[in-house]
Design a protein around this ligand. Structure first.
Ligand code: SF4
Ligand code: SF4
Length: 289
């Protein structure tokens, strides 16, 4: 068994399993029955002893509450990080109206996430059948996700209390360590297949060689073009302050009021230079006032 076996397994599952398509029972519109949600994932491998995981415990990165791979799974040797891009149809639909999430995007955000977990469990079954132990942190009973706060310098020189979401296993930070990409101004992760999609991960006792990180800075792929900030209906992103979570969360909550149990937004991930890949060059675009 090698890394390509895992990639092939996932590609086959994503392309052929019916769970990756909207069922007639759940479709928000009749024409959405059969809509494909996710593309086969980019797969990054990280060795659980990589010191980069420890840096995620630093307060300015994730924090001391971040649990290391071995704290989740005794004997963990490898972290398998996955980025599933949304399909072109899902992305295009969300770019058609920049004020409200499309039905396709809502399906991809919710049913797509459910399917992502199915894909993770599929890998888990494959590895366990070969005698290795596995754990999916986001599905573990110890997984927590909270709103938190920190004092930080404001652009004016004072100190503000800044609120942000944090969890004891951050898929995007783990993907960064596993070589899948770097952070953008919008706090999404820019990968070789862009930013619009979902992340997941699996821990296993199976030993795989870690993939290289082809970057040296946490935000290396972001051009700071400002397109994500211009797209944001909640004015939650700016070149000076980056992303502020409270206005983003309030907007996403407002979509929940209308679409419960679904919700979403993702306007910062579509019609941007990092939607489908790494932006080619720094191309500043003036922000609207
Ligand atoms: S849209 Fe531009 S500024 Fe925003 S994350 Fe992408 S590259 Fe960075
Ligand atoms: S998800 Fe929507 S509200 Fe939140 S930062 Fe992105 S564009 Fe703004």
């Amino acid at each position: 068994m090698d890394k390509q076996d895992i990639r092939d397994l996932l590609k086959d599952f994503v392309n052929n399993d019916a769970g990756n398509r909207v069922s007639g029972e759940l479709a928000l519109r009749p024409d959405l029955e059969g809509l494909k949600l996710l593309e086969p994932p980019l797969v990054g491998f990280g060795e659980s002893g990589d010191p980069a995981f420890k840096t995620l415990k630093e307060p300015e990165v994730v924090g001391s509450h971040f649990m290391l791979p071995q704290e989740w799974l005794e004997g963990a040797k490898t972290v398998i990080s996955l980025f599933f891009p949304f399909t072109a149809e899902v992305k295009a639909s969300n770019g058609a109206d920049m004020n409200w999430p499309s039905d396709e995007w809502l399906h991809a955000r919710i049913e797509g996430q459910d399917f992502l977990f199915q894909a993770c469990r599929h890998v888990q079954g494959f590895l366990e059948a070969r005698g290795f132990s596995c754990l999916i942190p986001s599905l573990d009973r110890r997984f927590t996700s909270n709103i938190s706060g920190a004092r930080e310098k404001s652009p004016a020189g004072g100190k503000n209390r800044r609120l942000y979401y944090t969890s004891n296993w951050s898929e995007r930070h783990v993907a960064y360590v596993c070589g899948l990409g770097t952070f953008g101004l919008s706090r999404g992760l820019i990968t070789a297949r862009g930013m619009a999609g979902r992340f997941g991960s699996i821990l296993t006792s199976a030993p795989f060689e870690g993939d290289p990180r082809p970057y040296s800075r946490y935000d290396e792929y972001c051009t700071r073009c400002g397109a994500c900030a211009r797209n944001c209906p909640a004015a939650a992103i700016s070149l000076t302050e980056g992303k502020r979570h409270p206005p983003c969360a309030a907007f996403v909550d407002s979509t929940m009021e209308k679409h419960q149990p679904r919700y979403g937004c993702g306007k910062c991930q579509v019609r941007v230079p990092c939607e489908n890949g790494i932006p080619p060059a720094r191309r500043p675009i003036a922000l609207r006032s």
